[in-house]
Design a protein around this ligand. Structure first.
Ligand SMILES: *Cc1c(COP(=O)(O)O)cnc(C)c1O
Length: 434
């Protein structure tokens, strides 16, 4: 499989190059030159197919011969090595719970796949690689856990001091070994600036092999389609296809589902469930693509005004709202509605939603109300509610039981290097890693 740049000014790349580079040299996003079509036989076998076999067969065309089949088998096995159940939450809704991985959020899936691919490429080269990433919270934890103990790779995570939640900080700072946390005395923008400076520093690059764990990386993006297939395997209404509501920020998750649909997965409708950051819902309703300043909400992992993956969706569907409406609807949910939804769902069904899942739930419910009969659907539970305790405690007035994974984590010891927000500090730290 070849990958081309959506900015159109860079040479095509294979999976290895696209993964190592993250972004094309013309700053475009990589996109596969073709979307594989699953045959009829594959679709018929799919409901009963074993996880690993399904994942291997779906990912193989994207990876090509860049990773040997036996190795890729191990990689997909590790990627999906936790439960991803489709759980009924009132009728006719279900939640695809993507939060049973090590950092209790769906980003674990993409991060695990990418980390193991990079690990393989590093071992092939026989040279140590450094993955550098800035995080405002969630990404860093998934990346840290994804790469923990992957041989040949050191990970350096920059995060803003005092601006991530306690759980998030523990996830970044307690692993140690090949995971290094830099606590930057500044904000998230400073962290991003420092990372960009490192990638622009050619003298540093001659010292070490630097890679990013950016969410636009094809190795993080593409494996996310696997859980939409796991949902289909558990879908009790087969052969009637589901309506799927996806809490969306940067739109990587939704776009991955769309790739599976393009390959042949039965889907009635995708709903882009957004919070107050409603650039895409406005676009889909025909009001133009006009990103505004991002707004802080309870579902803060979706506080994105100009989603980087949306261009990939346009590339799949076409560039007009009418092109998109063929399969995609979008809705925007306020913070007030989010809290109310958390409250209602808890009181009616005894189910804990996190703010992101609540946005997905309500967008699905509203769509159903507008399109009565025939349909049933599920929403993606993108994070465990315990990761976002405060608004939920406000909503329900009681605290959430802590899952076991987290109890161990919270007792871990924080290890960080505190640095001022100056590039020289980052550079010197990276140079000492070799
Ligand atoms: C990242 C994230 C999202 C948004 O996913 P995108 O792929 O960026 O649209 C939603 N919910 C949670 C909990 C997240 O961490």
């Amino acid at each position: 499989m070849q990958y081309y740049s959506l900015a159109g000014q860079a040479p095509a790349a294979d999976f290895r190059t696209a993964t190592l580079k993250g972004q094309a040299p013309d700053r475009g996003l990589y996109f596969p030159s073709e979307i594989p079509r699953w045959g009829k036989a594959f679709l018929e076998e799919l409901p009963g197919m074993a996880r690993d076999e399904m994942a291997l067969r779906v990912m193989e065309p994207y990876v090509g011969d860049n990773i040997p089949s036996a190795e890729l088998h191990q990689i997909v096995h590790d990627t999906l090595d936790f439960p991803i159940p489709l759980v009924p939450v009132g009728n006719p809704h279900s939640c695809l719970e993507l939060f049973h991985g090590p950092t209790l959020a769906f980003k674990d899936v993409g991060a695990r796949f990418m980390s193991r691919c990079l690990g393989w490429f590093a071992s092939e080269r026989g040279e140590k690689m450094v993955v550098l990433v800035a995080t405002s919270g969630d990404t860093g934890g998934a990346v840290a856990h994804g790469f923990h103990r992957v041989p040949g790779i050191e990970v350096v995570i920059l995060y803003p001091c005092g601006k991530v939640s306690t759980v998030q900080e523990k996830q970044l700072t307690t692993l140690g070994e090949n995971i290094h946390a830099l606590e930057v005395l500044g904000d998230f923008d400073d962290c991003q600036r420092l990372v960009k400076q490192a990638f622009a520093d050619s003298s540093l690059q001659s010292h070490l092999s630097l890679s990013s764990a950016n969410s636009i990386n094809v190795a993080r993006w593409l494996p996310q389609q696997l859980y939409y297939i796991l949902a289909w395997q558990q879908w009790t209404h087969r052969p009637v296809p589901p309506v799927i509501s996806v809490p969306s920020g940067n739109f990587g998750n939704l776009c991955a589902g769309m790739m599976a649909w393009r390959s042949g997965l039965p889907v009635a409708r995708f709903i882009a469930a957004c919070n107050a950051n409603a650039t895409v819902p406005r676009f889909i309703k025909g009001n133009g693509y006009r990103p505004q300043k991002s707004i802080a909400t309870y579902s803060n992992a979706m506080d994105v005004a100009d989603p980087s993956n949306f261009i990939r969706i346009l590339n799949i569907l076409g560039h007009s709202p009418e092109d998109c409406q063929i399969i995609l609807d979008a809705d925007s949910i306020t913070d007030e509605e989010t809290l109310k939804t958390i409250q209602q769902v808890y009181h009616r069904f005894g189910y804990w939603l996190d703010p992101h899942g609540a946005v997905g739930y309500l967008a699905l419910q509203r769509w159903m109300a507008d399109h009565p009969s025939l349909h049933s659907g599920y929403f993606l539970g993108t994070a465990h509610p315990v990761k976002f305790p405060s608004p939920i405690e406000i909503a329900i007035g009681t605290s959430i039981p802590m899952p076991e994974q987290l109890q161990a984590l919270m007792s871990g010891e924080k290890k960080t290097t505190e640095i001022p927000a100056q590039y020289e500090e980052v550079r010197d730290f990276l140079k000492r890693l070799r």
